[in-house]
Write a protein that binds this ligand. Sequence first.
Ligand code: PLP
Length: 489
Amino acid sequence: MAGLDPKNWDELRTLGHRMLDDMLDSIQSVADGPVWQPMPQTVRQGFAQQPLPKTAQALPALYEQFTKNVQPYAVGNRHPRFMGWVHGGGTAQGMLAEMLAAGLNANLGGRDHAPVEVERMVIRWTATMLGFPETASGVLVTGSSLANFIAVLTASRAVPEGIAMREAGIQGRKLVGYAAESAHGCVARAFDMAGLGMQALRRVPVDAAFKLDMAALQRMVAQDRTAGFEPFLVVGTAGTVDTGAIDPLADLAAFAREQGLWFHVDGAFGALACLSPAHAPALAGIEQANSIALDFHKWAQTPYDAGCVLVREEGRQAVAFAQSLAYLSREERGVAASAPWFCDLGPDLSRGFRALKVWFTLAGFGTEGLGNVVAQCCDVARYLAERVKATPSLELLAPVTLNVVCFRVKEGAADLDTLNAELVKDLQESGIAVPSTTIVQGKLAIRAAIVNHRTTQQDIDIMLHAVLELTQKRTGAKVPHAQGQPLPV
Ligand SMILES: *Cc1c(COP(=O)(O)O)cnc(C)c1O
């Protein structure tokens, strides 16, 4: 018997139950440990030097390596004081769905089976959530990087004679698109991967609130038309990575309609604000988009990876991705029925069952529960902004729209950029909190993105206290603490 099933199911079952219990314990007590800790050289080398295994290693030994050498040195995004970049915290419930999906080992490229219907259901729910028609098409992907790429390619195929480019290439057509300077780098990469060239993405200046400047966009499109370019796409961001700003989506929708442009929204994390009645109005206009990219692995807390692209008009996505018109005439019965298949809506043929964990997230917490998480994160961000304003040695560097706060220590060194950059690394290595950095108006900012459902005001107090302590340690300066605020220990 050369199969790979266990020789002793009972042993595997016992170990499997232990793994499950251990991991649930680790999630339950995640706040007790450090957010992140540097990996010892020996651990790093242990991986770098491990040869390709020829003979079988026992699962208990592999699990021991995981618990000793992997788990303690994860990036830390499950922890309530992880505030770096834009990372979701994950949930135990999502983990269980992931386990069931792996057990089923379904391939969602296509064919006629229930997992495909689950994905269709969550795509339809997502469309409803964002004010798209139920007939919108969509597909779950790794993340918004790929979702934005699928949208850019779909938009480029929607121009007159656009479908011909699938065979013949772009043939010297001077297609250009527009996005604010604050757009995520993956939008330019989408232009690169689509063969349009990154220069074909025009970068529109932003206003004082870090939103796309409509007057500048209008000028740039007019100039491009005069110069013989072919504008086809405008991208608005709902929640920029740097400051959380939301571009004027309704204005962009109206402008795109008037100009005959495809309107795409990168709503990687911000689109989920639609679930909070308090914050949904800020997204007005998103429902008019031709396509939307968003992530479930950020604000919805679904375990990595789970992104999604939605395309309003039925058929557009298949026209851009289906490998032949045969996609319309799959079998009428048997396993090869049930067109259109997800492999016709994006570049992947074999695809995992991401839809199960998205289902267990959307249904398991409900749109209300997830909306509450969004609102709580925004409240915690606003609290941080208030604490920063109340602390004489700190300054706020950008208005807080949603859940991203950019601030810095404003005294104690001549070179404040270096001071703040070093402070962030000190803080990360302390294990107390993990914010990241960005550049805002030419200044290096400590950037806290509150995306984790576990983060509370108390975590903000602990993080700020550590920032001030570390500043004092680094500069020797007595840094005044927040006025009238008790400092946590
Ligand atoms: C995170 C993010 C992306 C990239 O998404 P991935 O899921 O990491 O591929 C794109 N745009 C914005 C605004 C983001 O926050």
